[in-house]
Ligand binder design. Structure first.
Ligand code: PLP
Length: 374
């Protein structure tokens, strides 16, 4: 090993228009350069309190238990399931894309008896079919993905789904990894019991934290568990003591990532949720119009098309990996392809947080047009 072989890191300033991570806001990068303080330093405790307040604003909730989990979105997913499942509990999980599959996998590992509610990739669920699936089954929990990043579909009618879950005694878990901070999401008004997200999508931060919010019904259930949560690291009854008034050490918080999240959330609050949702929609509509002009038709019907993650079909004969590689090499732009049943059939284009900019849409469409002409 010769240390001289290891050069300074000099990564390219990519334009990240894939399914995530999206581009980090320059203010977030500046916040990350602040000196490290200890995880129980009064200055950090203030950062924690402010982050929780800002998270409640972004989730549109008053839930006291609203915190960033240390870990990526999948840690949020795991926390949202492992804390509320005891071995033998029944769970209903909606699978209309890749991340529903992942929830099935995780819930099963914690001993849940999982029933799947399957819909084709790109489709969404109707509240009635969910209600039918819930009837007389004794599910403790039902879980759905709000914005399926693998397909570009946005699940509508969340309030109706939550009401159906509660009529049948189940908690509603909602994956909001690709929706939080980009599309309307009203945790309290819709009565969602547990929602989790990730820092690297519409919040314009690097990957590494998973905001989660837990409502009163779910919190009561956590307190009345008969068995210990099978995952020590993600056990919310322990983690909440660090984020609550006790400030009991659980694990060393990733301080710098929390600086980042606080700044990302501050930027959301300054812009205002409504203005932010309108910006995401306007830029997505611009993209959709441009893709239609390029004869790259949308994959998801307008009625449930997600504005933060667009999917379009490929043109006949288009070589997906080569096209995307050229976008990256020649234009510094990252977009993504489909996977699972959509491999080789679609592009996935993210316009999230700091990446959702008019100039990025114009640049991408111009680059795609030039590559298609050659
Ligand atoms: C909808 C959804 N859920 C969960 C995850 C998992 O998040 P992570 O990759 O940050 O662990 C992702 C990541 O893209 C996602 O899009």
């Amino acid at each position: 090993m010769n240390p001289a072989d290891y050069k300074d890191l000099n990564t390219s300033p990519r334009i990240l228009l894939g399914p995530g991570p999206s581009m980090v806001h320059p203010r977030v990068l500046r916040a990350m350069a602040q000196p490290l303080v200890g995880h129980l330093d009064p200055e950090f405790l203030k950062v924690m309190n402010e982050t929780q307040e800002l998270l409640r604003y972004v989730f549109q909730t008053q839930n006291p238990l609203t915190i960033p989990i240390s870990g990526t979105g999948s840690a949020g997913m795991e926390a949202a399931l492992c804390n509320f499942i005891e071995p033998g509990d029944k769970a209903l999980i909606g699978v209309n894309g890749y991340f529903g599959e992942r929830m099935v996998e995780i819930a099963g590992r914690y001993g849940a008896q999982v029933d799947r509610l399957d819909r084709p990739w790109g489709a969404v669920f109707a509240p009635d079919e969910i209600e039918d699936a819930l009837r007389d089954k004794g599910y403790k929990l039902a879980a759905f993905v709000h914005a399926e990043t693998s397909t570009g579909a946005l699940q509508p009618h969340v309030a109706e789904i939550a009401a159906a879950c509660h009529r049948h005694g189940a908690l509603l878990v909602l994956d909001t990894v690709t929706s939080l901070g980009g599309v309307p999401l009203k945790i309290d008004e819709w009565d969602v019991d547990i929602a989790y997200s990730g820092s690297q999508k519409c919040l314009s931060c690097p990957p590494g934290l998973a905001p989660i919010t837990v409502g009163a019904r779910a919190r009561d259930l956590l307190r009345s568990r008969k068995t210990k949560v099978a995952n020590w690291y993600l056990d919310l009854s322990l983690v909440e003591k660090y984020w609550g008034s006790e400030r009991t050490y659980h694990h060393t918080a990733p301080i710098t990532m929390n600086y980042a999240l606080r700044e990302g959330l501050r930027i959301v609050a300054e812009e205002g949720l409504e203005a932010r949702f309108a910006r995401h929609r306007a830029n997505a509509e611009l993209l959709w119009a441009g893709l239609e002009e390029l004869d790259l038709p949308p994959f998801v019907p307008l009625a449930h098309r997600n504005v933060t993650l667009t999917t379009c079909q490929l043109a006949p004969g288009m070589d997906d990996p080569t096209f995307r590689r050229r976008l990256l090499d020649e234009y510094n732009i990252e977009i993504s392809g489909g996977f699972g049943p959509l491999k080789g059939k679609i592009f996935r284009i993210g316009l999230m947080g700091f990446s959702s900019r008019r100039e990025n849409v114009a640049l991408l469409l111009t680059a795609m047009r030039q590559l298609m002409l050659r």
